[in-house]
Design a protein around this ligand. Structure first.
Ligand SMILES: Cc1cc2nc3c(=O)[nH]c(=O)nc-3n(C[C@H](O)[C@H](O)[C@H](O)COP(=O)(O)O)c2cc1C
Length: 601
């Protein structure tokens, strides 16, 4: 029989194939059926889409050194690339791989393993390293007696669990018998000098251990996928674009202030993909800078040196240092330079200090305890300004010359005064149409639409977590993708907080969005969240999972994403007839098969 004659677009199988499938299905338990759906999904998706950033692991086995990059906002990724190039230049073959692509069961065959890893959430590994982390921490982790390793941890000292992910891996590698090549380095946000020193030491240690090892083959060393996402503009070389729209999209009575911002990128030759984030270099508020200069009796034209550049203190404070985050370190240094007794007393007690930092923005501390200090002294206690990342809420298929972002304004009321977040305050209050903005694209290959347009997707979000899903829907609309789309969205009130309501309604009317469930937490006496809506539709979610759906979660990491994950586990357990341990394994398999993706912060 000619297969093509049998082809039916709704059921693209021959009767022979259907017979095989039915026979197989009759022999399968629920778990086996679910596993098979994932198996087929993965093979279908891989044909059209080799895993981004992945490099052939068999090649990696030829390399003496494997570098695993585990990053969320790009810093560890950049350092991993630099290390890979540094090894190449020094004639050492190395294989660079993303944690998500690493076939971790082969870890016991590695000779030298370098892990460059940031810490996210509250002391957790970045999303792309979660499966590796679970495996290494599990009973299944192999003996690592033959492994030499080194870890470069990236973190931020203002967090309690500083560089915890790197520390956890280090401890576990040791327990498993791994040998330290050089000691782990825990780097704070200014890591450049530490990285250079660590990489030099590392190379020296490798040269001592393997003096005769040279590059095996030049062609094995370059991961082309990594090269692909290098564009003209980057974090350290941002593009200057123009703001075209800045509009508040929450209602007048909303408890939230959310802005939709459109940025004109015409002629800048910037390309991005739905799922990517926009890096924004922001400026501190002019009034805040003036106030600090006044309280510390400095003159705005005083000259200071920042890295190698000489500039006025005004410019330095507006563009080069964080002024909206206070840290324990800053309080300690300020207490010391001002010689203030009250502050010295606070910093002498760790618990008081912790509490003080949470409740006292930098400007309040300076306002409460002003003192004449030199401009140089003041900037020496500050932390360098970091760009902020926002999920892009548009697709270039829809708006080729624009980037849209959805900004939730961080607002804190402390002692009667409103304190705005540095970047969200700048984006929402300072920037007007036609103003210039410094931006770059931060690629996020872990949060992508499936390449196969027929695959159903479930998108779960709260608040501004909806942003990448707007980009996804624009893309699927332009691609005329046939896959079903289901959105779960939560926010406080229907009338005030239904972000992009009209667009969703149009997509529903068109048939692009097949299911949409909203949870308004404060529209009734009891609280209602997205996870409650998921519970209500648990059986249908399970059906979609069996059909091969990809599940995306975007938004708040500490509350929403955790509750959503627990709900998913319960749904899998209930409708897949599994205990919670098996359901955890099942969800982890979905993660490994790129069917459970999170962008949470
Ligand atoms: C939402 C969020 C949570 C973070 N949590 C921690 C933490 O618990 N401990 C820590 O040391 N650093 C923490 N950091 C700081 C990052 O580890 C640091 O910025 C690092 O340079 C990021 O590297 P990456 O870009 O490779 O992800 C956090 C950063 C963000 C954005």
């Amino acid at each position: 029989m000619n297969n093509q004659n049998m082809f039916n677009p709704l059921l693209p199988l021959t009767s022979e194939q259907i017979n095989y499938l039915e026979k197989l299905e009759n022999t399968c338990s629920n778990i086996q059926s679910a596993w098979l759906s994932g198996y087929f999904w993965k093979s279908a998706n891989q044909l059209s889409a080799p895993s981004s950033l992945n490099i052939n692991q068999s090649e990696s086995n030829n390399s003496l050194i494997t570098i695993i990059s585990a990053s969320q906002t790009g810093n560890a990724k950049l350092l991993s690339e630099r290390l890979h190039e540094y090894f190449n230049k020094n004639n050492k073959s190395s294989c660079l791989i993303n944690a998500i692509d690493y076939k971790f069961k082969k870890i016991q065959n590695e000779k030298i393993l370098i892990l460059i890893i940031s810490t996210q959430g509250e002391g957790e590994p970045p999303e792309e390293a979660l499966s590796l982390y679970k495996f290494i921490m599990s009973k299944k982790a192999p003996n690592l007696n033959n492994l030499y390793y080194s870890i470069f941890g990236l973190g931020d000292k203002s967090y309690n669990l500083f560089c915890q992910a790197g520390k956890d891996f280090d401890k576990r590698f040791k327990e498993l018998g791994g040998n330290i090549l050089i000691d782990r380095y825990d780097a704070d946000i200014e890591y450049e000098d530490n990285y250079i020193q660590w990489s030099k030491q590392l190379l020296e240690a490798i040269n001592n251990k393997y003096p005769n090892s040279v590059s095996l083959s030049k062609s094995l060393q370059t991961n082309n996928q990594y090269k692909n996402f290098k564009t003209e503009f980057s974090k350290n070389n941002p593009a200057t674009a123009i703001v075209s729209v800045n509009q508040k999209i929450t209602g007048r009575y909303s408890s939230k202030d959310v802005h939709h911002i459109e940025i004109d990128i015409k002629n800048l030759n910037i390309n991005y993909t739905p799922g990517d984030a926009l890096g924004v270099w922001y400026q501190n508020d002019t009034n805040l800078v003036k106030k600090i200069i006044e309280l510390l009796s400095m003159h705005k034209l005083n000259k200071v040196q920042v890295k190698k550049n000489i500039m006025t203190i005004f410019d330095a404070l507006q563009n080069h240092f964080e002024l909206t985050n206070n840290t324990k370190d800053i309080v300690k240094k300020y207490a010391y330079v001002t010689n203030n007794k009250i502050l010295k007393n606070i910093v002498s007690n760790e618990l008081h200090l912790q509490d003080y930092v949470i409740k006292t923005p930098l400007i309040k501390m300076i306002n409460d305890y002003p003192k004449k200090i030199s401009s140089e002294e003041f900037i020496s206690i500050l932390r360098p300004l970091k760009p902020r990342l926002y999920s892009i809420s548009s697709s270039q298929a829809e708006t080729p010359d624009e980037i849209h972002i959805t900004v939730g304004v961080v607002k804190k009321l402390i002692s009667g005064a409103v304190h705005l977040g540095g970047a969200s305050g700048y984006l929402s209050q300072t920037l007007k149409s036609d103003d210039l903005i410094k931006i770059y694209i931060e690629t996020n290959n872990n949060f992508r639409l499936p390449h196969n347009p027929n695959i159903p997707i479930i998108m779960i979000s709260s608040g501004t977590g909806i942003a990448p899903f707007r980009a996804f829907m624009q893309q699927r609309d332009n691609d005329s993708a046939k896959g079903k789309n289901w959105i779960f969205f939560g926010n406080p009130n229907f009338t005030e907080d239904f972000l992009y309501q009209i667009e969703w309604q149009q997509y529903i009317k068109k048939g692009l969005i097949t299911n949409m469930n909203v949870a308004w937490s404060r529209d009734q006496e009891y609280k209602l969240y997205v996870q409650d809506k998921m519970k209500e539709y648990g059986e249908e979610i399970w059906c979609w999972i069996q059909e091969g759906a990809v599940i995306y979660v975007c938004g708040n990491a500490s509350n929403m994403a955790k509750d959503v994950e627990n709900t998913l586990l319960n749904i899998i357990s209930k409708y897949g007839n599994m205990n919670l341990e098996k359901s955890d394994e099942f969800l982890n398999n979905l993660r490994l098969n790129e069917r459970y993706k999170r962008d949470v912060y």
